[in-house]
Design a protein around this ligand. Structure first.
Ligand code: TYM
Length: 325
């Protein structure tokens, strides 16, 4: 046992991570793992709500493990594991389902969006927030570091914890969501939130050519060189804020006085992103040559996570009355 605060977060293995995932969440993970007892999960059961191809799911899962390690997470310090290694998550989800109402889950943004777009919604998608509540609550974390788009899910987890505690007695801790303001919503190349489902991402581990082409495709207004540009409203400038460090003041001045064109700005951004991600990419390539150790890191992490979760589930089963002890 340690007196450090505990954190849990996760990434869904549905495709390549993008710089929104990195800045909004994964970079925080690295900053927090020294000061917190940390659990980093690969949400493969959540991925199953949209991905129905076993080879792809397996590959994406290992990919997220590689991503975690490449950005610098240390398996000696943190528990890195797959959701499916801890069946107590899905077991607890059933119990949460039984104390949650349909109208409550209908308030979920993701469900409302899918409905608005007339998409067919699977029961798993509808129930997504309950599984996510179990991911969090089963470890009693103090904080859940995420991007803005996951805020409502953490609120659902808190509500569910309160409801369970009210019905069955004090059992779950209410976690705090931790969102870093400046990177809460990283924009994609079209200015909307960067998201795999909007096809507007800049992949974190893209090759130089892919990276360059994504950056060159960032949408701007039609102002040419010599015309003053507004950094406040420029999506391209927002990305500079995250990558261009001490050049920022000068870039801002040049945007305002018109001495920079978007093409030059994009060239600078490309170089700046590249210099930050190239070392991560290199580390990832090296790790890929030793997939055996990635598997054993997950095996180890899964065992540690399960130790926590199974204790908590023993308590929960007794509280709800499905265990005769
Ligand atoms: P996922 O895989 O969609 O995203 C992983 C993390 O990246 C953040 N993020 C962003 N942050 C800023 N700007 C963006 N454009 C951006 N896009 C994504 C997300 O907010 C997230 O923190 N449901 C979760 C996975 C999950 C989970 C959990 C997270 C399952 N169980 C328990 C925390 C705790 C998801 O799909 O994240």
């Amino acid at each position: 046992m340690t007196d450090k605060k505990r954190l849990l977060s996760g990434v869904k293995p549905t495709g390549r991570p993008h710089i929104g995932n990195y800045l909004g969440a994964m970079k925080q993970f690295v900053n927090l793992e020294d000061s917190h007892e940390s659990f980093f999960m690969i949400a493969n059961y959540h991925a199953l709500t949209t991905l129905h191809n076993s080879d792809e799911l397996k590959e994406n899962t290992i990919d997220v493990a590689l991503d975690y390690l490449a950005i610098g997470l240390d398996p000696e310090k943190s528990v890195i594991f797959m959701q499916s290694q801890v069946p107590e998550h899905t077991e607890l989800a059933w119990i949460f389902n039984c104390i949650t109402t349909m109208p409550y889950l209908m308030r979920a943004h993701a469900f409302k969006d899918a409905e608005a777009k007339n998409k067919e919604v699977s029961v798993g998608t509808f129930d997504y927030p309950m599984l996510m509540a179990t991911d969090i609550l089963i470890y009693d974390p103090d904080i859940v570091p995420v991007g803005q788009d996951q805020k409502q899910h953490v609120e659902f987890a808190r509500d569910t914890a309160s409801k369970f505690n009210r019905i069955f007695g004090e059992t779950f801790k209410l976690p705090e969501v931790q969102i870093q303001e400046e990177v809460a919503v990283v924009p994609g190349i079209d200015g909307q939130k960067m998201s795999k489902s909007y096809n507007n991402t800049i992949s974190l581990f893209a090759s130089d050519d892919e990276l360059r082409s994504s950056v060159m495709n960032i949408v701007t207004d039609s102002k040419g060189e010599g015309e003053s540009k507004d950094p406040e409203t420029s999506n391209l400038f927002t990305l500079h804020k995250h990558f261009s460090g001490d050049k920022l003041q000068d870039l801002e001045k040049r945007y305002r006085d018109g001495s920079i064109g978007y093409k030059e700005s994009k060239e600078i951004l490309y170089e700046d992103i590249k210099s930050i991600v190239a070392p991560l990419r290199e580390r990832r390539e090296n790790l890929k040559n030793d997939i055996g150790s990635v598997h054993s890191i997950l095996k180890n992490g899964g065992e540690k996570a399960r130790e926590y979760a199974s204790k908590k589930m023993d308590e929960v089963r007794k509280k709800v009355g499905v265990s005769l002890e």
